[in-house]
Design a protein around this ligand. Sequence first.
Ligand code: FAE
Length: 522
Amino acid sequence: MTSRRTLLRAALLGVPAALLALDDGDHVPALVIGSGYGGAVAALRLTQAGIATAVVEMGMAWTTAGADGKVFCDMLDPDHRSYWLRTRTDQPVGYFLGIDANKSISRYTGVLDSEKFAGIRVYQGRGVGGGSLVNGGMAVVPQRDYFAQILPSVDVTSMYDTYFPRANAALGVNAIDTAWFETAACYRYARVSRDQAKASGYRTTFLNNVYDFGYMRQEQAGTVTRSALASEVIYGNNFGKRSLDKTYLAAAAATGRLTISAQHVVTAVAPASPAGYTVTMNQIDTAGRTVAVKTVRADRVFFAAGSVGTSKLLVAMRAQGQLPNLPAAVGQGWGNNGNVMVARAQHLWNTTGALESGMPAMGIDNWSDPAGPVFAEIAPFPAGTELWISLYLAITKNPNRAQFAYDVTTGSVGLSWQTAQNQPAVTAAKRLFDTINRAQATVYRSDLFGVNKVWGDDFTYHPLGGCVLDQATDNYGRLPGYPGLYVVDGSLIPGSTGVNPFVTITALAERNLEKILTTDVS
Ligand code: FAE
């Protein structure tokens, strides 16, 4: 059996078995494409059930320090490790004083991908741990009523009683000490925004996080190496963050039944004879060049390549005839979680602080406003110097959706989203921030998202949908017509969660895996 061969090889080479790659011709009981939230849940629950599982991840295993002694670079001095195969950075806040703030970097399989479609750039994590390597760590459970609205086929009681708590526990979610928050220099920026929101008639709420707030307190006290307090976030955190490689994936590896093939890009999945599926993948080097092509057989395949990755792969497989019977709903129902970014200029006497924690801890919650629901995280601008800037990532209820479609001429999959489709998000956010600006006699910054551009409306951190639960799949992520094919990631969620999405993705994956393990896998 291949898994045994792989584990034996690992033992002989003296490397962690989990990081040994698949070989061409291998046969595995379960193969998981992608190692983000959905993939990590699948990896843990399958291996715990005694099933040898191979995770295939296109990004790197971020375990080796570079010449500077660090695994990840920071946001003030991004280098080749920052971006996925780009020669220039593509920062979400890409301008300062209207001047392009991006810089040249060497092409490398860096940790953050800015994937460009016709009307939107989609930011995604690349590496073992997926989005957990680059995200802000905010662990937010969606409002119960809204969850019931977006996923009506899911039993809400079991989600809130069982699967959200299970997800939070396994993710290592922790709450900030609210007394410390009131005095911490690194959250001055959040307190300023909170006080102004409150004075303008809005409610604010603390946000849980997977970053270890105990570690952050020590950073502030100067007793440990700084990470969140050293401008580390979107290109990875060297310390403090409980990313999936330290939680779900570490627990899966501890079973001894997990292998992870990093720097392997899955390119095709097709039914195998007499049973199971063949999965074709390109092994790549750090310049993105293919160094080997491998075909592996798997009894079951779990698509966990993220909303974009899974949708692209399935739409291509249907169009190219490898999985021709996939339903028409595959590729539909994609949304950006209503994401829009904006910044306000503070008065000189309202300093936001030179030291800003990269991990947000507070949001403005105006979701219950029927005229324009907004849940706005108070985002850091960790430049290491006082800038009098208040930045926000607003999550809104944008009803617009887009589709993925295969282009026969280029052989690639495009996304139909147009920038103008984000207007409802801008309108809702403008309503809230116009009110705050009026009440505080402040103005928008118009120099951070372009030249004279107030709204960061052409990118998203929260791609969702493309393979929606109970539409493109059955009610547990099974792909109809293809027994043994499952979708377990953010593509199951129909374009919106109303809050930051990873807890929802994780909890839904927990629910689905539990069902799949009890009914499909003997
Ligand atoms: P994801 O985590 O993207 O994992 C998919 C994995 O599949 C990736 O590792 C890919 O490299 C890999 N992959 C893709 N295609 C292939 C292929 N063909 N072959 C092999 N591997 C492949 O998917 N969410 C929150 O809840 N709170 C936050 O604070 C937050 N902040 C964010 C900040 C940033 C900068 C970004 C980019 C995202 C943020 N998010 C946040 C969103 C969150 O990270 C995202 O919703 C989840 O990571 C999505 O989980 P999935 O499992 O769907």
